[in-house]
Design a protein around this ligand. Structure first.
Ligand code: HAM
Length: 426
């Protein structure tokens, strides 16, 4: 048996090509979200287990089956966060200082943990980009959030995604809908629902709508629709969300079966899906969760938000080639090795980027190394260059010409080439 230590199942290493896509997503999110007035909030990866039990709901798959929960050294139950919203709201409540009328907007990135069966687009450690608005009850805040998500996805270059929209009602009308669902499920032969749903149909019938078991999925197709059970206020709120989205020209599909996998939602819910990434089609999801802050011991403050799954977005974006460096310094005579390193330092100090070969090698192997990193120029430092304090510049992209110049002149030429390629948009 090998004594090699392997990573944990469902956890992944991201090497530079893959990590670059994640950095690109994060940088784009920062740029877009900050234009909408959001600020970054970083919360811990580890929280008290009761935070998730209280917010996500005991009956959900996430809390019931998927959390990484373990006792600390003093026996207190801790959980690796399965999502960010609960922690963000805990931080909001703990920080205090809320004044009526105040609106706070936070975004957060980072790893989340769910003990699910790993497959394409589904990991046990995955990453989310998350955005939350706290303090705004208005339908316009839901609409703005959806428009911000759409702006972000377009900024990534993703335009062919579907948006599904629903309203789940509020504590006034939800009980009536729950009762209608329970009544409907009670008309079905008891053994047709899975074991979990036989229990859930009485305790939390909305969860039956979200069940992944094929038999249950087929049965819920005929279940009553939530949008037929909304109270006047919820129906009006939902109409206003749609009005803004329609006026903004956003295309979406109404899906009255969209209940989302977490219990805290009220009113607006939405999901963004893609048909191009396998069985796990949801790349983002979110909605309004007005009761959560109060439920966590805070003031009665409304809130709404969303999260994108970065691994799923990465499947759509593909790997990102790193930017081509300006130079590769090729040492072909051992005595030039230190001078090469110092030349590279001088170029970097002026904003250029590149690498240097540490020791001496054949010209052929050095040119191969320069090509491997797609360097725009190979700067050759051999015996002659070392003695004359010069460098030979080989153009690796254009005419492949070579010139031998002093180090200062090399810096000038490379800066000139960089500003030429910037103005050509290369
Ligand atoms: P969620 O729908 O559970 O919502 O997760 C959001 C996104 O995270 C999903 O659409 C999916 O892209 C990604 N995701 C979830 N589980 C996995 C997994 N095992 N592997 C890879 N990607 C995954 C939430 O988490 C809510 N907190 C969103 C929210 C924020 N609602 C309001 N504010």
């Amino acid at each position: 048996m090998s004594n090699k230590i392997q990573k944990i199942k469902g956890f992944a290493d991201l090497f530079p090509n893959e990590a670059a896509v994640f950095t690109f997503m994060e940088a784009t999110a920062r740029e877009v979200f900050e234009r909408f007035g959001f600020g970054e909030l970083r919360t811990p990866l580890l929280e008290k287990t009761e935070l998730f039990q209280k917010s996500i709901g005991e009956d959900t798959d996430v809390v019931g089956k998927e959390m990484f929960t373990f006792p600390d050294r003093k026996g207190r139950s801790l959980t690796l966060r399965p999502e960010a919203t609960a922690g963000v709201m805990r931080a909001f409540v703990e920080q205090g200082g809320y004044q009526p009328g105040m609106v706070a907007k936070y975004y957060t990135f980072g790893p989340m943990f769910r003990y699910e069966r790993p497959q394409k687009g589904r990991q046990r450690q995955f990453h989310q980009i998350n955005a939350e608005i706290v303090g705004a009850p208005e339908a316009q805040s839901d609409a703005e959030l959806i428009l911000m998500l759409d702006t972000f996805l377009r900024a990534l270059g993703l335009e062919k995604l579907s948006i599904e929209l629903n309203s789940l009602g509020c504590p006034a009308c939800r009980p009536l809908y729950r009762q209608a669902l329970t009544d409907f499920f009670n008309t079905l032969p008891a053994d047709e629902l899975c074991e979990d749903c036989r229990r859930r149909k009485d305790t939390n019938p909305l969860r039956v709508l979200d069940c992944k078991v094929p038999g249950c999925k087929a049965l819920v197709a005929a279940a009553p629709s939530v949008t037929d059970h909304l109270c006047d206020e919820c129906a009006e709120h939902f109409a206003q969300v749609r009005e803004v989205l329609d006026a903004a020209g956003l295309t979406y599909v109404l899906n009255p079966r969209l209940v989302r996998g977490l219990d805290y939602y009220q009113r607006t819910t939405f999901e963004i899906t893609s048909g191009d990434i396998g069985a796990q089609t949801a790349v983002a999801g979110g909605g309004r969760y007005d009761g959560l802050v109060k439920n966590l011991g805070g003031p009665d403050v409304p809130a709404t938000g969303f999260a994108c799954g970065m691994e799923r977005l990465a499947l759509l974006l593909g790997d990102k080639a790193p930017a081509a460096p300006d130079f590769y310094v090729a040492v072909t005579a051992p005595q030039a090795a230190n001078a090469a390193l110092l030349l590279a330092q001088k170029l970097r100090a002026s904003g250029l980027g590149g690498e240097v070969s540490y020791g001496a090698g054949s010209m052929k192997s050095r040119l191969r190394a320069a090509n491997r990193i797609s360097a725009k120029h190979c700067l050759i430092l051999g015996e002659e260059e070392f003695v004359n304090n010069t460098v030979t510049i080989k153009d690796m992209v254009g005419d492949k010409e070579q010139v031998t110049v002093a180090h200062e002149e090399c810096l000038r030429l490379l800066l000139e080439s960089r500003s030429a390629s910037c103005s050509e948009g290369r």
